[in-house]
Ligand binder design. Structure first.
Ligand SMILES: Nc1ncnc2c1ncn2[C@@H]1O[C@H](COP(=O)(O)OP(=O)(O)O)[C@@H](O)[C@H]1O
Ligand SMILES: [Ca+2]
Length: 460
C-alpha cells in the first residue's frame, strides 16, 4: 500500500515559505525606505510686497533637513513690477494681470515638487490703506490662486505690523546689538526701536512685543500714514499755491493737472475752491525754504505725552543704532551719502547745492538716472533730513547712529517681508522637517522582530 502523504506537512512548508518571502520583502522595504536619500534640500516661502509704488515678489529658502532655530532663511530671488496694485482702482483685473510675469518667474525658481507646500502671502501697505479697494484685492487673489503654490491670502498690513516686521528683518541673523528700523515708503513711513525708557504704558498703541531668539522685546513702533515721500510731496505741493517751488530746481517748469495732485485722501480736503484744471509748476531750488515747506507739514503744537515726534505722536528717546532702508537708502545712495560718518552739516550743504543746481545741468550730470526719480531728489533729500532731525529728533551727534542699508547680511533685502514670513511660518521657533519616516526606536524594533522571525523559520 502506498504510504499516505501528510497533507498538513505540505501546506506547512508552503505557509513557512510564504511567511519567509513576506518577511524578506518587509525587511527590504523597511531598510530602503528608512535609508532613502532625502531628495529635497530646501523649503520655500513667497511674500508679495504690494507697496504704493511697486509690487515685489520675494522668494525665501531655508534648509529643510534641520531645525530653523538658528535662523537661516535667505532671499533666493526677487522680482519687481511697477506700478503698485493701488494704481489699478479703475481697472482691478489689471492689478491681477500685473503680477503674472513675476509669479511665473517664481514657478521657475522653486523646484516643482515643492510648489504645493510653498506658502504664498501678499501683504499690502500704505497705498492700499489709502485706497481700500475690495475689487483690487479680489482680482489679485484670483490671479494668485491660479498658481500652484499654497495661497495663504492677501491682506493690508497695519502700520504697526509694517514697522515691527521691518524691525524683525533687520535684527534677524544679526544678534550683535538690537538695531532700530527706519522705513521710508511712498505713502507711509515707519520708525521702530527698543528703548530702556519705553515700556508701552504711556502709549499702548505704539507697543509691540516680540520673542526673538529666546528673548522678549518690547518694541516702540509708529507708522505715519501720508508721510511717505510721494504723499508728503503732494501735501507740500497743495499748500499755499506753490508758484515758485523751492523744492524743485531752478529752470524746472512743468504744466501739471490739479486733479492728479488731489487724487489722494492725504490731500483731498486741501483742494481749493474753483481750482483751475492746470497749474504751472516752477522751481527755484532753495534748500532752506524747502525745509520750511516740509516743516509746515509737521504739527509740533500739541503733545499730550512726556515727549512727541510730530503730529502729537508719542516717541521715547532715541536709543542705539538704526538701519534705514527703502527710500532712505535710494535717496542717500543717489547723493553718495550712505556713509554717515560724513557730518550732518556737510550732508545738508551737498543737498542744498544739488537743489540750487539748474534743472538742465542736473539732467546733463545724471544721464543714467530715471527722470521721474531725478526731479524728485531735491525734495526727497530735504524731506529725509527734515523728518530725521525735526521729526524724529536725530542730532548732529546721533546722525552717525543711522546706517543706510539696502541688503541684509546674506543678501536679503531690508524690509518687512522677511519678518512677516518668519512670523507666519513660526520659524522662530522652528519645526524639524524631513525626519526619517520611522522613529529610530521603531525602526530597530521592526528590523529585530523580522530577523528573529526569519531565524526561527529557518531552524523550523
Ligand atoms: N531708485 C529710486 N530712487 C528714489 N526713490 C525710489 C527709487 N526706487 C524706489 N523709490 C521710492 O521708494 C518708495 C517705495 O515705497 P513703497 O514701498 O512703494 O510704498 P509704501 O511702503 O509707502 O507702501 C517710493 O516712494 C518710490 O518712489
Ligand atoms: Ca514699502
Amino acid at each position: 500500500a502506498m504510504k499516505e502523504k501528510n497533507p498538513w506537512h505540505k501546506s506547512g512548508i508552503v505557509i513557512v515559505a510564504v511567511i519567509a518571502v513576506v518577511a524578506v520583502v518587509a525587511l527590504v522595504v523597511v531598510f530602503v525606505v528608512q535609508n532613502m536619500p532625502l531628495p529635497q534640500k530646501y523649503k520655500y516661502g513667497i511674500v508679495l510686497d504690494a507697496g504704493s509704488s511697486h509690487t515685489t515678489v520675494f522668494i525665501y529658502e531655508w534648509p529643510a533637513e534641520k531645525d530653523n532655530n538658528t535662523g537661516r532663511a535667505e532671499q533666493k530671488h526677487s522680482c519687481n513690477v511697477k506700478p503698485g496694485i493701488s494704481s489699478y482702482a479703475g481697472t482691478p483685473w489689471k492689478a491681477g494681470q500685473s503680477l503674472r510675469e513675476c509669479m511665473r518667474e517664481a514657478e521657475k525658481n522653486i523646484p516643482k515638487q515643492r510648489h504645493a507646500q510653498t506658502p504664498l502671502y501678499l501683504g499690502a501697505t500704505a497705498g492700499m490703506r489709502l485706497l481700500a479697494s475690495d475689487e483690487v484685492f479680489r482680482a489679485v487673489s484670483e490671479t494668485l490662486q491660479t498658481f500652484p503654490f499654497s495661497y495663504q491670502g492677501a491682506r493690508i498690513l497695519s502700520g504697526q505690523e509694517e514697522g515691527a516686521f521691518g524691525w524683525v528683518t533687520v535684527n534677524y541673523l544679526d544678534d550683535r546689538l538690537k538695531q532700530g528700523a527706519l522705513d521710508l515708503g511712498g505713502a507711509s513711513t515707519q520708525i521702530s526701536f527698543v528703548s530702556k525708557m519705553f515700556d508701552g504704558s504711556e502709549s499702548p498703541g505704539n507697543s509691540v512685543t516680540f520673542r526673538l531668539y529666546g528673548n522678549d522685546y518690547n518694541l516702540y513702533t509708529h507708522s505715519f500714514l501720508c508721510y511717505g515721500k510721494d504723499q508728503a510731496l503732494k501735501m507740500a505741493l497743495s499748500g499755499p499755491p506753490a508758484i515758485r517751488d523751492p523744492c524743485f530746481h531752478p529752470e524746472y517748469v512743468e504744466t501739471k493737472e490739479y486733479s492728479k495732485l488731489y487724487d489722494s485722501p492725504c490731500v483731498s480736503d486741501r483742494k481749493p475752491q474753483g481750482a483751475p484744471a492746470f497749474f504751472q509748476h516752477t522751481g527755484i531750488g532753495n534748500f532752506q525754504q524747502c525745509q520750511d515747506v516740509v516743516r509746515s507739514l509737521f504739527n509740533f503744537s500739541q503733545c499730550k505725552y512726556s515727549q512727541c515726534s510730530l503730529n502729537g505722536v508719542y516717541q521715547p528717546p532715541l536709543q542705539g543704532v538704526f538701519g534705514a532702508f527703502s527710500a532712505y537708502y535710494y535717496i542717500m545712495d543717489f547723493f553718495n551719502l550712505t556713509d554717515t560718518s560724513i557730518p550732518l552739516d556737510t550732508v545738508k550743504e551737498r543737498i542744498a547745492r544739488f537743489c540750487a543746481t539748474p534743472w538742465q545741468q542736473v539732467k546733463q550730470q545724471n544721464p543714467g538716472i530715471k527722470l521721474k526719480y531725478l526731479v524728485g531728489y531735491c525734495f526727497a533729500g530735504t524731506y529725509l533730513l527734515t523728518l530725521l532731525t525735526d521729526g524724529y529728533n536725530f542730532t548732529s551727534e546721533t546722525y552717525s547712529n543711522i546706517k543706510f542699508i539696502h541688503k541684509q547680511i546674506k543678501g536679503s533685502d531690508a524690509g518687512w517681508t522677511l519678518g512677516y514670513m518668519l512670523n507666519l511660518t513660526n520659524m522662530i521657533p522652528a519645526e524639524a522637517p524631513n525626519e526619517p519616516p520611522l522613529p529610530y526606536a521603531g525602526y530597530v524594533v521592526i528590523v529585530t522582530v523580522i530577523i528573529i522571525l526569519l531565524v526561527v523559520l529557518f531552524l523550523f
